[in-house]
Design a protein around this ligand. Structure first.
Ligand SMILES: *Cc1c(COP(=O)(O)O)cnc(C)c1O
Length: 378
């Protein structure tokens, strides 16, 4: 059974009937993945389920609800739209907003009713100047080089924060830049602990120490943390070896479409044509999904499942994709086509699809889920 929880067009059923291409989201996978993460981290660690990027394409509110159901303690988001959708769904769990704003928006950020991120002196001073209580995580940079206070600023930042009077330190977090590199990550963890010591020296206590993204949880279960913030593991988007370290399954369970035209072409001229002298014509099926929906333009070795068999993709256009069905006897307009997922006894895994296109799994899956109508399996 599939149902549309959140119409993203005026009427998503109509959009689906008129242009039948969609993704299927499996919230049971989100729940199972959260339980697997809990197993890994143990009961005493606060689990922030990261629902940024609209819940990694699965819907921020739907994903947050499922993660909390399965034992996540809190949610982290990177975008106020996700935060609003989660609050509008009636979810009152603690929520952390990653750094995303300029200092002049500090008051609006607080209105979202969440824990904010202080990542540099301008954001520190903007939140300290407000005439309201602020709950904040301080982000420290341990080498990623993207966001956060640099090591030489830590002491001053924490002292200034302690003097502010209105800011409560909910926690300190950092993001490792290369969880694959064990000795570097272990060294960075020690650097991170230095930031926590400086916070204690500034007078803070009872703040959370949060480092672990999905891969850090999988690789370093021994790091002593009081909170973790996995994203891609919640959504089953681990690749390669990482999947053996933490067993999770994809929440974006399928990408599907329906045939809108079947055609036959003898040898050229034409973009799609049989080879000169070929014994049989080229038979094609067209589906209404293209690179505007997130499919890469270069089809590479990608194929689709149709009539329970694999058929190579011939080309992807802005809103359409052409499939070679020469080897498949019966294909009719309206037949279901699976670009990712299972049909009959055949499965195209998300990782296989990403590999055929030569793009990272997370990028491809989120692009598709963000642009197509979403159906939730129940
Ligand atoms: C995205 C993000 C995470 C989660 O990372 P995953 O690799 O998806 O688990 C954790 N911490 C921060 C600061 C992030 O921006």
């Amino acid at each position: 059974m599939l149902r549309s929880l959140q119409p993203r067009y005026g009427d998503s059923d109509l959009a689906l009937r008129v242009r039948p291409s969609w993704v299927e989201i499996d919230l049971a996978a989100v729940r199972d993945n959260v339980r697997a993460i809990r197993q890994q981290i143990g009961p005493g660690v606060t689990l922030y389920a990261v629902c940024k990027a609209d819940g990694y394409g699965c819907g921020a509110a739907e994903a947050a609800g499922a993660a909390l159901d399965a034992g996540a303690d809190a949610i982290a988001v990177g975008n106020p739209r996700g935060a609003l959708a989660i609050r509008q769904a009636g979810i009152v769990a603690p929520m952390l907003l990653y750094a995303c704003s300029t200092p002049d928006a500090a008051e609006e950020v607080l209105d979202l009713n969440l824990t904010v991120t202080i990542h540099d002196f301008p954001s520190l001073r903007a939140f300290s100047a407000l005439d309201q209580e602020v709950s904040a995580f301080v982000k420290v940079d341990t080498g990623f080089g993207r966001l956060g206070f640099q090591k030489r600023e830590w002491s001053q930042a924490l002292l200034e924060l302690a003097e502010s009077g209105n800011v409560t330190l909910a926690g300190i977090y950092t993001h490792f830049f290369d969880p694959e590199d064990r000795s570097a990550s272990e060294a960075l963890f020690e650097v991170f602990e230095e930031a926590c010591r400086l916070a204690e020296a500034a007078g803070f206590s009872n703040f959370q120490r949060m480092v672990a993204s999905s891969r850090a949880i999988a690789a370093y279960p021994t790091f002593e943390l009081s909170a973790v913030n996995p994203g891609r593991a919640v959504f089953g988007l681990l690749e390669g070896l990482w999947k053996t370290r933490l067993v999770v399954s994809p929440a974006i369970a399928a990408v599907k479409s329906r045939v809108i035209q079947v055609a036959e072409f003898t040898s050229g001229p034409g973009k799609y044509a049989a080879q000169p002298g070929a014994a049989r014509p080229l038979r094609t099926a067209v589906i209404p999904i293209g690179h505007a929906d997130g499919l890469p333009q270069q089809v590479g070795r990608a194929s689709a499942l149709i009539a329970g068999r694999r058929a190579p993709l011939l080309g992807t256009h802005l809103e359409h994709t052409v499939i070679d069905i020469s080897d498949i006897e019966i294909v009719e307009v309206g037949d279901e086509v699976v670009l990712m997922g299972t049909q009959g006894s055949e499965t195209i895994h998300a990782e296989e699809l990403a590999g055929c296109y030569g793009v990272p799994l997370m990028e491809l899956a989120i692009r598709l889920a963000a642009s197509l109508p979403r159906l939730y399996r129940s």
